[in-house]
Design a protein around this ligand. Structure first.
Ligand code: GLP
Length: 237
């Protein structure tokens, strides 16, 4: 594992964008798994500025609330397009998101995995980390699921995400997420964390223990993980 502690969010975003850009330039048909959430937005902004060629890149968004309308500005699909895809030259047919409106979420998940397998798996996945150590929407649990699946959000995540939704909206209680197996099969994993509120989750990641009750700790088993944090997130390591 390679670990970088940056001075602040901007430095973290800039460094992460350099690493992702290196991957894209080195392999113009890279298959990328991308997180949404606040953490990677600065990284995506830096990548946009680089004017790289994304025309052969395939992108898989790693999660989605369920159910949620595709036009809801809080859907992961909307956020990924708004913060990144709409500003690069990726081909729309190469961008794959989970449909929060799917009538059959289980077959939606199954098809998502098939598409990833068809591409030969992910070359790189870019992750954030939840306050409780979740990655994607793989929440702390006794058992974690390898494949893409529909799952329950924990009360903590629902509470954490409530601030993103209007007061009269119901925060989705479920999500579809890329599974741990698919994330782990990626050649390279880049984990981003910023802010003091992530310090506890990050310190668990570095505690020398692996546990499904903090899914991020399992990243210690992967052969190529780069973790990029700001000082605040790294303050309890
Ligand atoms: C969400 C997403 C994750 C994201 C995490 C942290 O639940 N499913 O992909 O990494 O929360 O979000 P943020 O970066 O906004 O702190």
């Amino acid at each position: 594992m390679i670990k970088f502690v940056c001075n602040d969010y901007n430095e973290m975003s800039s460094l992460a964008s350099e690493i992702i850009a290196g991957q894209i330039v080195g392999k113009p048909d890279t298959v990328l798994g991308l997180a949404t959430g606040g953490t990677p937005i600065g990284t995506y902004m830096e990548l946009i500025k680089k004017r790289l060629d994304f025309s052969k890149i395939a992108i898989f968004n790693i999660g989605e609330y369920y159910p949620i309308s595709n036009s809801n500005t809080q859907s992961n699909r909307f956020q990924l397009f708004d913060s990144f895809i709409n500003k690069i030259n990726a081909k729309r047919e190469n961008v794959h998101t989970l449909n929060g409106e799917a009538a059959d979420p289980n077959s939606e998940c199954e098809n998502f995995d098939k598409k990833i397998s068809h591409m030969g798996g992910l070359d790189m996945v870019v992750l954030g980390i939840g306050l409780n150590g979740h990655i994607g929407f793989n929440e702390p649990a006794e058992r974690l699921i390898l494949s893409c699946h529909l799952g329950d959000l924990t009360a903590r995540t629902i509470e954490e995400h409530a601030k993103f939704f209007d007061a009269d909206e119901t925060v989705p209680h479920k999500s579809m997420t890329m599974g741990m197996g698919t994330i782990f099969a990626a050649n390279r994993i880049v984990l981003l964390a910023n802010g003091a509120n992530k310090a506890d989750a990050v310190s668990q990641k570095f505690s020398g223990v692996i546990t499904t009750t903090c899914p991020a700790t399992l990243l210690n088993l992967h052969h190529d993980v780069t973790i990029i944090m700001d000082k605040a997130a790294a303050s309890k390591i």
